[in-house]
Write a protein that binds this ligand. Structure first.
Ligand code: ZN
Length: 243
């Protein structure tokens, strides 16, 4: 089975569509796994939700999905994120709200656990250190866990001698291993690792390989839409630099 892993689309339709085109060029996937934050920050929340539904993605909830439907208080958000959450809440219709409200916090598919932030605190936690990764390896039962939330492609490995290390997610990763992995495939719609290209992954379970893909997309159109919608200007400018 081949699966595509997408996370943190953040209402960026141009990035989402470019990823889907790239996925087709790479031979497609049997399933798409979506790790939350479909909405927030960007100008096309409804179109992105519709596309996720149409593609029948297996999907978990992210903090911005909850914020947009009033399930999470935005007082912990920075000003721009909170403004975008309010704007998104006003843009959504009941069908969209019902869909986001129904998303689970985690999902298990074969050897993979899917969560937005972390398996132990799916809505809240950023896994950005070996210390937090180590604690999280105890919080899921499968061999691999796929996460988003930090928008940074990262790999945490717990090997058979119980030693834990961190590295950037390589372009190709063998899953034929005795190790356990927590894998962040980066963000589709708002990359934050200094590379403005959309980020996602394809997993071929038969070959036991994960490919990390980066995809050029037309961020200028997204930027124009953000400014036209009167969303905070910095949410547009950051897309040029991948931050
Ligand atoms: Zn996010």
């Amino acid at each position: 089975m081949r699966s595509a892993v997408i996370a943190d689309i953040h209402s960026n339709l141009e990035a989402f569509q470019a990823v889907l085109r790239d996925l087709e060029e790479q031979g497609g996937a049997d399933e798409i796994w979506c790790l939350g934050d479909i909405v927030g920050y960007g100008p096309d929340p409804r179109a992105c939700i519709q596309l996720v539904r149409q593609l029948q993605c297996r999907c978990v909830a992210g903090n911005h999905d909850w914020a947009a439907i009033g399930k999470l208080d935005t007082s912990a958000f920075n000003l721009e994120a909170a403004a975008a959450a309010q704007w998104t809440a006003a843009a959504l219709q009941k069908l969209d709200v019902d869909f986001l409200a129904g998303l689970p916090l985690t999902l298990q598919v074969d050897d993979f656990t899917l969560a937005h932030g972390s398996p132990r605190a799916p809505i809240w936690e950023y896994v950005l250190s070996v210390q937090s990764a180590r604690a999280n390896f105890a919080a899921f039962d499968t061999r691999f866990c796929l996460i988003g939330h930090s928008h940074s492609p990262l790999l945490f490995e717990l090997d058979s001698r119980n030693s834990c290390r961190e590295q950037r997610l390589p372009e190709q990763l063998s899953l034929k291993t005795d190790s356990r992995f927590i894998i962040n495939c980066g963000s589709v719609g708002q990359p934050r690792d200094g590379d403005p290209r959309a980020s996602y992954a394809i997993i071929d379970a038969g070959q036991a390989i994960l490919w990390h893909r980066r995809v050029v997309y037309d961020f200028r159109t997204t930027q124009e839409k953000i400014l036209d919608a009167d969303l905070p200007a910095r949410l547009a400018s950051r897309l040029s630099v991948g931050w």
